[in-house]
Design a protein around this ligand. Structure first.
Ligand SMILES: Cc1ncc(C[n+]2csc(CCOP(=O)(O)OP(=O)(O)O)c2C)c(N)n1
Ligand SMILES: [Mg+2]
Length: 337
């Protein structure tokens, strides 16, 4: 897709309605996701990482904007493209890297790999490789929050491809019926593996389908972190007030191929022109330019954030490389006999 019908520039009043510390924190989280993912991409190319990784580069503003509207008690369910959601929810870079290396110190004790991250203590019960598979889990969690009378919220991240799965419609139906505290966040990056959305779905407007269930739904610029944050905050407020689910469709683009570090241009799956358009529309660059022009971040503050994140990544790599693999006996206890 070379047009961006939902492009929405950062707006002064909206940005300035958030405290500066929060704005810098949004920038830091997006930067952390980007630098971690770029490092993972390089290490796959070097063949040091052999675990299949679905990189989140290009989509950082969505996980960041949504998770900043949550508390540690709210739950987030992720997908095969899981690293960004895990980091934005507060997962440690060490836990992620060690998991990707298959080490016992990983967040899933080396048993899950990139697609199966779990960190319940930070409200990240898990991600799964089964497309659409976590949508009903998020709804089930919302049901348990409702039964317990808690005011916690459950979030389901899923892709445009997952919106073609029957389980999505069953889940949104049940959530709407019971007015459950769940926020459906559809990351429409136009592609499901190598297939463009126009080749698979009769309409590229996924949000309109939620309206059939009387669920409030919006379609927004997923590369505008403030717009994502505001839409998520509204949906979370509604959910906490017992007013039921919402759906946010975020328009975005994954820079790299479906899995791994390549760009998918060389295979003829998409054009260089299309990729360049979206790289120019980088959420982090847009935020940075705006913050600089409004005096909300100085070049030295940016440098401090970059340095902090680079150090975290170096420490995480040392940790992952020097950690042991899980004991073989551990696996024996985890299979059905
Ligand atoms: C139930 C199921 N069907 C098919 C697959 C193979 N598969 C893995 S990822 C993927 C594409 C998912 O596309 P989307 O939901 O848009 O997420 P994105 O990769 O764009 O983040 C497919 C078809 C799978 N893992 N699970
Ligand atoms: Mg997709």
């Amino acid at each position: 897709m070379i047009t961006h019908q939902y492009y929405s520039p950062l707006r002064k009043e909206e940005v300035r309605s958030l405290p500066r510390s929060e704005l810098l924190s949004l920038y830091e989280t997006m930067t952390r996701i980007r630098l971690v993912e770029e490092k993972v991409a390089d290490l796959i190319k070097d063949k040091e990482i052999v675990c299949p990784c679905h990189l989140y580069i290009g989509q950082e503003a969505i996980a960041t904007g949504v998770c900043a509207a949550l508390t540690v008690k709210d739950y987030v369910y992720s997908t095969h493209r899981s690293h960004g959601h895990y980091l934005a929810k507060g997962g440690s870079v060490k836990g992620l890297m060690a998991e990707i290396y298959g080490k016992s110190t990983g967040c899933s004790r080396g048993n899950g790999g990139s697609m199966h991250l779990a960190a319940p203590h930070i409200g990240y019960p898990g991600s799964s490789a089964i497309v659409g598979g976590t949508i009903p889990l998020a709804v089930g969690t919302a049901l348990s929050f409702y039964i317990d009378g808690s005011r916690n919220v459950s979030v389901s991240f899923f892709g445009d491809g997952a919106a073609t799965e029957g389980v999505f419609y069953e889940s949104i139906n049940f959530a709407a019926l019971k007015k459950l505290p769940v926020v459906f966040v559809c990351e429409n990056n136009f592609y499901s593996t190598h297939m463009h959305i126009t080749a698979i779905q009769p309409s590229s407007d996924i949000f309109r389908r939620a309206k059939a269930f009387d669920v409030p739904a919006v379609k927004i610029d997923g590369n505008n972190v403030i717009e994502v944050h505001n839409a998520a905050s509204e949906a979370v407020t509604r959910a906490r007030a017992g007013e039921g689910p919402s759906l946010i469709e975020c328009v975005t683009y994954r820079w790299r191929g479906h899995v791994g570090p390549n760009w998918d241009i060389e295979k003829g799956l998409r054009s260089r022109e299309e990729v360049d358009f979206w790289v120019d529309n980088c959420a982090i660059k847009r935020t940075e330019n705006f913050f600089f022009s409004e005096g909300l971040m100085s070049p030295s503050e940016k440098e401090r954030i970059l340095q902090k994140v680079r150090t975290e990544i170096e420490d995480a790599l040392n940790y992952a490389r020097s950690s042991p693999y899980p004991e073989v006996s551990e696996y024996k206890n985890k299979v059905f006999k």
